[in-house]
Ligand binder design. Structure first.
Ligand code: UTP
Length: 289
């Protein structure tokens, strides 16, 4: 079967972000910065690095800051140029009309439903999904690592990582088959299992490459765990019909949907930045005394 390249990425950003209230009452969770770049910017940069050309954002009410972020800020740029300031810092925020699209998820019915809302723009080709609050930090980026494997094996792919077994109940978990290098065959998937029912401690971690047939599966799918339409349930139905693999990410993942994960990500990035690492290290050591 022909392996079609991944040209499109879907960014579901219509969630309510209740774990970060009140910060996320008027600002989307995806606009929270890691040092000085919003989470959504890191995800878009990771997509570009993987060769993806079109970014599709599934938004909801109160998410217009994301559209503004990727638009041209005319007044800001004019004033900055008049004052002789460097505009290159804004370069990654520019997504031209051919490179982005926005669709609306009118009710937060779950991640699976959010993806389904993008079906017309995705069309009949494989596509990537990024959950921007899962901050995947590494070089090459997580999606680039996945795309490199995808080029030879095709099919459906998810990124996974290993966590302590007693923590699996908050995540989608895979039933692993044979492994070769970073790639593991996926034999089954279960969303938020009880610890005793979990088939492994390998969890799905926010990056996916899926074949367009998943949209048809989502179409007819009812609610799953938490009363939401779950992407994991739709993917589980595709196993056995199409190739399905997991790629273990060589890098660090920070769960920025949680407060502690978010603080950890900020610290980790700040400690790597040449413009601030020494100062931040000194502050951290001082605070820990
Ligand atoms: P989360 O489970 O993190 O939910 O969604 P949330 O609503 O964003 O945050 P909390 O739990 O209330 O704090 C995982 C991803 O799926 C998107 C979210 O935006 C996030 O990227 N999502 C979730 C939607 O786009 N729509 C939904 O209906 C649910």
């Amino acid at each position: 079967m022909e392996i079609k390249p991944i040209r499109k990425a879907v960014f579901p950003v219509a969630g309510l972000g209740t774990r970060f209230l009140p910060a996320t009452k008027a600002i989307p969770k995806e606009m929270l910065p890691i040092v000085d770049r919003p989470l959504i910017q890191y995800a878009v940069d990771e997509a570009r690095e993987a060769g993806i050309e079109q970014m599709i954002f599934v938004t909801g009410r109160g998410k217009s800051a994301i559209e503004d972020h990727f638009d041209i800020a005319y007044e800001l740029e004019k004033t900055m140029s008049e004052r002789g300031k460097d505009l290159s810092v804004l370069e990654p925020t520019r997504l031209g009309p051919g490179n982005c699209a926005y669709v609306r998820q009118q009710e937060p019915l779950g991640l699976g439903h959010a993806i389904w809302c993008a079906r017309d723009i995705v069309g009949d080709e494989p596509f990537a999904i990024f959950l921007p609050d899962e901050f995947m930090h590494g070089s090459p980026g997580c999606m680039k690592q996945m795309v490199e494997e995808y080029r030879t094996i095709g099919g459906n792919m998810i990124s996974v990582l290993e966590i302590p077994h007693d923590k699996v109940s908050s995540y989608g978990v895979i039933r692993p088959g044979q492994s070769e290098g970073a790639v593991t065959e996926v034999l089954g998937l279960v969303e938020k299992p009880k610890v005793e029912d979990a088939p492994s401690n390998l969890i799905i971690s926010g990056r996916y490459i899926l074949q367009p047939e998943v949209m048809r599966v989502l179409e007819g799918q009812g609610k799953g765990a938490g009363g939401e339409i779950q992407l994991t349930d739709a993917m589980a139905q595709m196993i056995g019909k199409q190739a399905f693999h997991a790629v273990t990410f060589d890098g660090n993942r920070y769960d920025c949907g949680s407060k502690v994960g978010y603080i950890e990500a900020n610290l980790a990035v700040a400690l790597e930045r040449p413009d601030m690492a020494d100062e931040v290290r000194a502050i951290a050591i001082n605070l820990l005394k």
